[in-house]
Write a protein that binds this ligand. Structure first.
Ligand code: 5GP
Ligand code: MN
Length: 334
């Protein structure tokens, strides 16, 4: 499926529409930030818009303008389903396969609304009616900014649109240090600052807002839960349920931990395994020639070349064994 011409989007939005905006489960700064940036833009254009998150998200993202309007699916499933059902258009942001909606996959499938996918992950499956996709973009937030400019609406950018978009691009580029940080990113950021985004305030909200438990969790995990396999150029963190209990771990508390594994000299693959109910979730981060997304493919997941995720239904011991077996072949070929 090809990219949808911008004229088609202009026609699509030429009259007021009922729009639902949604994002992948366990939304990160980019998923939520791009959704809220788009939300403020669409409302400013005279559309009726709602934002639905399929799950909860970390407290350090709750400062964004429009946060109070977000329907958190599990808190209000009836409202979430109704918003999908009654929409003319559903914008799907920061994901490209409907399974990433978790329990709300069916609500979107069953809706008669047309869908717009705006995303930068590899290998879209093609569920959508309209597509605005670029896997070389740093973030979905960058794509929302680009799309608004192409729509001819650069003059509408304001602080409510710019602040969430800044949060999106900042978190997905690791504060402008990952390989996806381009000249276009910095030009866009200049635009966002001129529109009123306050970088200092946003960094403080996201990075200087931890509970004491979270800081102690970091120390514990790095001291006690990290295994380094120099021959496989791999370091992995194993977070058992006990750790989650001990540090009262809340959504978002483990975000960023995997980057410590990858920060070790000589290591090209960092992994975090987290115990979740009857599943184990994997976060993969890589550098040089190692493809995190390819490895995630072995664990029912995907993502970007250098950052990806997956999961298997298993206990920790089984999952760890499976990981180590997969790694032997995988790293030999990387
Ligand atoms: P994280 O490890 O932070 O959960 O995810 C890293 C990156 O991979 C994010 O961009 C995330 O959206 C993506 N990702 C995580 N899980 C999956 C998955 O199951 N499928 C795909 N396509 N992407 C994923
Ligand atoms: Mn993203």
């Amino acid at each position: 499926m090809g990219q949808t011409p911008i004229e088609t989007f202009r026609e699509l939005l030429a009259r007021p529409r009922r729009i639902a905006i949604t994002m992948h489960l366990k939304p990160d700064g980019d998923a939520l930030g791009s959704s809220l940036g788009l939300y403020h833009y669409l409302v400013k254009k005279g559309h009726r818009a709602s934002v639905i998150s399929p799950t909860d998200y970390p407290d350090f993202l709750k400062w964004m303008p429009g946060n109070e309007a977000v329907v958190v699916g599990p808190d209000d499933p009836e409202k979430a389903r109704w918003d999908f059902e009654s929409a003319d258009l559903i914008f799907c942001l920061d994901f490209n396969e409907l399974s990433r909606l978790g329990e709300f996959e069916k609500a979107v499938q069953d809706s008669e609304a047309e869908t717009v996918m705006i995303d930068h992950h590899l290998e879209p499956v093609g569920f959508e009616t309209y597509r605005y996709w670029d896997d070389t973009a740093s973030s979905t937030a960058e794509l929302i900014h680009r799309w608004i400019v192409e729509m001819g609406d650069a003059s509408l950018l304001d602080a409510d649109i710019a602040a969430p978009l800044y949060a999106g691009v900042m978190t997905d580029t690791g504060s402008f240090r990952f390989t996806n940080t381009s000249p276009a990113v910095h030009r866009m950021v200049a635009d966002l600052l001129e529109a009123g985004a306050d970088p200092h305030a946003i960094h403080e909200q996201i990075f200087a807002n931890s509970t004491l438990d979270r800081v102690r969790l970091t120390g514990h995990v790095l001291s006690n839960c990290l295994t380094v396999l120099p021959e496989l150029r791999t370091a992995y963190l194993r977070l058992d349920k006990e750790v989650f209990r001990q540090f009262n771990v809340r959504t978002g508390d483990t975000e960023g931990l995997v980057n410590y594994a990858l920060s070790i000299k000589g290591i090209d693959l960092g992994i975090m395994m987290s115990a979740q109910d009857d599943m184990v979730k994997f976060s993969f981060r890589s550098r040089n020639e190692v493809s995190a997304s390819e490895l995630a493919g072995h664990f029912n997941g995907g993502g970007h070349f250098y950052a990806a995720g997956g999961r298997i239904k298993a206990d920790m011991d089984t999952a760890e064994k499976q990981l180590l077996e997969t790694l032997k072949d995988f790293m030999a070929g990387s």
